[in-house]
Design a protein around this ligand. Structure first.
Ligand code: 4AD
Ligand code: MG
Length: 463
């Protein structure tokens, strides 16, 4: 007989003569009347299915010892209306098979509550907790609706390479990819001879798919990437990962305003969709993790984003006379404390800051007429800070070349990128959304390490 999923069984709530379920025992409680009550989870939804096992069913005695928290079982039985509170139906077991035992003296997930720090040490078992099940189902829905948003508008999903020779953000925070042996690196004239390396030149893991995305936007008009990106920055914060997923749409014929409009529509869409399709998980997280999640979601979906220039943002922050850890003056990089203050305290909603100083932004952004600022924008959310960074791209060959030179980039390495401005250049824009930051905001999880299955952070890559 085909296995039924617990989500469907609870969703329908109908009695049935015989069904089969499979899953993991979350709890077992024995009653004096000769029954065991098992809570079974198969991860298809937050709720467990209650199974009532009469101790008189065939071979119960021989498996009773093995029916413990954490063990994996297949159960055939009759689905009946449940007299108990909290569930519509329950399963009266006819036969139980134990697929895998979990010794109660050794299985780590015995308690009802474990700290997230402890769970990070057992990232191979933490998906079996309610919180991680909920977070991963929400993550799954968000991935799906990201594709749906772009596909419905005719954007082409593009797979950009992971191994690359260019540093898109110019921050030098790249992981190198090499087959050279650390103890015998070929050196010529005091420099590493990369002609002997696998690709014949220095290669790294990508920090962003944007530059390759631009190539295809200037042929297919509207594309998006959604893939892993890597940053070797030594930031041990609750918002940084060394390996994270980024969504990067890139659009020909969009100026910065079109870009900001798309970013705002995109976030509105994602929040509405996840509220509709993950309500059970989100209500659970709202109760257990952060009681303001649902309210914060509503704040995003029901309000237009505030839009202010970087210069206005600096003026506001300077007038506050507040003792920030990092002081504020025109030209500085906004720190997360500043970004959060603007969205949390000043505007109390999502904020887009645009037109940043040229000096603090990468080479590819379009310079404004004043020569001082570039057509960049960041979307900031309360409690999180930056979730999206984007810009209109420099589409003029001469200006781009000048900017690359002033940032000390070797224009020969970017001949293909410059070619896009020599042959059929077009105004175009794009942005990057940090996917884990989105999942973090939606689920209310404090630490970004708890919204990705296997987090990679400085000094941590093993499970
Ligand atoms: O602002 P960033 O660096 O922008 C880019 O990479 C552009 N090439 C995007 C584009 O225009 N196509 O990164 C984009 C977003 C940030 O806003 C942030 O949400 C996220 O990626 N991000 C990180 N998320 C987790 N861990 C990190 N170390 C991150 N660095 C950036
Ligand atoms: Mg950024």
């Amino acid at each position: 007989m085909k296995r039924r999923k617990i989500k469907d069984i609870l969703g329908q709530g109908k009695e049935q003569a015989e069904i089969v379920i499979m899953g993991w025992v979350r709890t077992r409680r024995d009653s004096k009347g000769g029954f065991s009550f098992l809570e079974i989870s198969d991860g298809s939804c937050l709720k467990n299915l209650q199974v009532v096992a009469d101790h008189n069913i065939d071979s119960f005695d021989s498996i009773s010892e093995k029916l413990q928290t954490g063990s994996c079982v297949g159960i055939t039985g009759k689905l009946v209306q449940s007299p108990g509170k909290g569930q519509s139906v329950e399963l009266q077991a006819k036969s139980i098979e134990v697929y895998g035992e979990a010794d109660p003296n050794q299985y780590p997930l015995q308690k009802k509550h474990h700290s997230f720090e402890f769970l990070r040490e057992i990232s191979h078992l933490r998906p079996r907790t309610n919180t991680f099940g909920a977070v991963m189902r929400v993550r799954n829905r968000l991935s799906y609706s990201i594709h749906k948003f772009f596909q419905d508008q005719g954007f082409v999903y593009l797979h950009t390479p992971i191994i690359t020779t260019n540093d898109c953000e110019g921050a030098g925070e790249m992981f190198q990819v090499t087959t050279l042996k650390p103890d015998s690196i070929p050196v010529v004239d005091g420099k590493v001879d990369y002609t002997q390396d696998f690709f014949g030149e220095k290669t790294c893991l990508t920090v962003s798919g944007q530059l390759e995305g631009e190539v295809y936007a200037l042929a297919l008009s509207e594309i998006y990437t959604f893939g892993p990106t890597f940053r070797a920055e030594n930031s041990n914060t609750s918002r940084h990962l060394s390996e994270f997923w980024m969504v990067e749409p890139e659009m020909a014929f969009y100026d910065l305003e079109d870009d900001m409009n798309l970013a705002e529509d995109f976030l509105h869409y994602l929040f509405k969709d996840v509220l509709e399709h993950c309500s059970e998980d989100l209500e659970f997280l709202n109760k257990q993790i952060d009681k303001t999640i649902l309210e914060r979601h509503r704040n995003i979906t029901e309000n237009e984003f505030e839009r202010i220039t970087y210069t206005d943002a600096i003026n506001i922050l300077e007038k506050l006379n507040k003792n920030f850890t990092y002081s504020v003056e025109w030209g500085c990089n906004l720190q997360s404390e500043h970004e959060r203050y603007l969205s949390e305290e000043v505007f109390k909603k999502a904020v887009i800051i645009y037109d940043y100083p040229e000096e603090i932004k990468p080479f590819y952004m379009k310079v404004n007429g004043n020569g001082k600022t570039v057509r960049a924008m960041d979307v900031l959310l309360p409690k999180l800070g930056e979730i999206i960074g984007g810009s209109q791209r420099e589409d003029d060959y001469g200006s781009l070349l000048k900017r690359m030179q002033s940032k000390k980039l070797n224009s020969e390495d970017y001949d293909w990128y410059l070619d896009l401005r020599r042959f059929g250049s077009a105004p175009h824009s794009g942005f990057g959304l940090g996917f884990e930051r989105l999942v973090q905001f939606v689920t209310g999880m404090e630490n970004i390490r708890d919204v990705i299955p296997f987090p990679r952070t400085p000094k941590h890559a093993r499970f």
